[in-house]
Design a protein around this ligand. Structure first.
Ligand SMILES: Nc1ncnc2c1ncn2[C@@H]1O[C@H](COP(=O)(O)OP(=O)(O)OP(=O)(O)O)[C@@H](O)[C@H]1O
Ligand SMILES: [Mg+2]
Length: 256
């Protein structure tokens, strides 16, 4: 039981689209400093859940409070870096360079008609170097590979110096070497910079040692604060199917 103010306080949230139940009676909290993995089967509602956290999708029932406020009253969106699923599906003819796109990550801090300052330029360069895309800065986004665009989008989320980083399967299409760099970077951001990480992934085995909370979403949500235990549990196997068994074997954990 924690008594500090949660970043996200989700209260009895349900979402129906037409006759379909997408999310059902979800109540959970996410606190500063956590490294949360969200797992679940395809179509289980992970992306939709994260979108409701950000006010991009309205719940049918229930509410989300962010830093104790209703979403409508929250203004500090620059605190949140969000990389949506399939963020790389940018129009190939979009006439912007990788540098332009990452620099736009600074916009929430300044409003849309402001000039970029030296600090904006520095933070943009820093984020691009972290994600190893600085050398691509003058390339048009349409010329980049899927994995390069993915890294560019993560750099864009980092450019605003967020306190919370929300990533929806950011590694799809990224090569294994870059994934490793990325997981190391996430660990560093979490441990050294105190960034709260919310991470939708199917790749749970790789980050099992880093995460502090595991949320499994399949319409309803199950929260586990001891992720290593949870990975081996029947409840997760049931929800996640064969992949949980593979993960359990991969991690050589005992079954419950
Ligand atoms: N705008 C929408 N209109 C109708 N149905 C939707 C809409 N958005 C999502 N859904 C449905 O909601 C369910 C959950 O989708 P969601 O994208 O949240 O799943 P997910 O867990 O992120 O899946 P994946 O692992 O494939 O990314 C799916 O059945 C999907 O078809
Ligand atoms: Mg999804």
């Amino acid at each position: 039981m924690r008594f500090d103010l949660p970043i996200f306080d989700v209260r009895n949230l349900s979402l129906n689209i037409g006759n379909h139940t997408i999310l059902k009676k979800i109540t959970l909290q996410i606190f500063k400093g956590e490294y949360v993995a969200i797992i679940g089967p395809n179509g289980g509602g992970k992306t939709t859940f994260v979108r409701t956290l950000l006010g991009l999708q309205k719940p049918t029932v229930g509410e989300v409070l962010i830093y104790g406020k209703p979403l409508e009253a929250f203004k500090e969106w620059e605190k949140i870096g969000y990389v949506p699923q399939r963020a790389t599906l940018i129009d190939k003819n979009f006439p912007a360079t990788a540098h332009d796109i990452v620099k736009m990550g600074r916009l929430p801090k300044k409003g849309f008609f402001a000039f970029y300052t030296d600090e904006d330029k520095r933070k943009t360069e820093e984020a691009m170097k972290k994600m190893n895309v600085w050398r691509l800065k003058d390339r048009l986004v349409g010329e980049l590979s899927g994995g390069q665009r993915q890294r560019m989008m993560i750099a864009r989320a980092l450019a605003s110096d967020p306190s919370i980083l929300i990533l929806d399967e950011p590694n799809t299409g990224v090569d294994v070497a870059s994934q490793k760099v990325f997981y190391d970077l996430l660990r560093e951001l979490h441990r050294n910079d105190g960034i709260t990480v919310l991470f939708i992934t199917h790749d749970i085995g790789v980050i099992a040692d880093d995460i502090t909370k595991l949320i499994t979403i399949n319409q309803s949500a199950q929260v586990c604060n001891d992720p290593k235990e949870a990975l081996s549990c029947e409840s997760v196997s049931e929800l996640y199917g064969i992949e949980a068994h593979l993960l359990a074997n991969h991690k050589k954990v005992k079954s419950c």
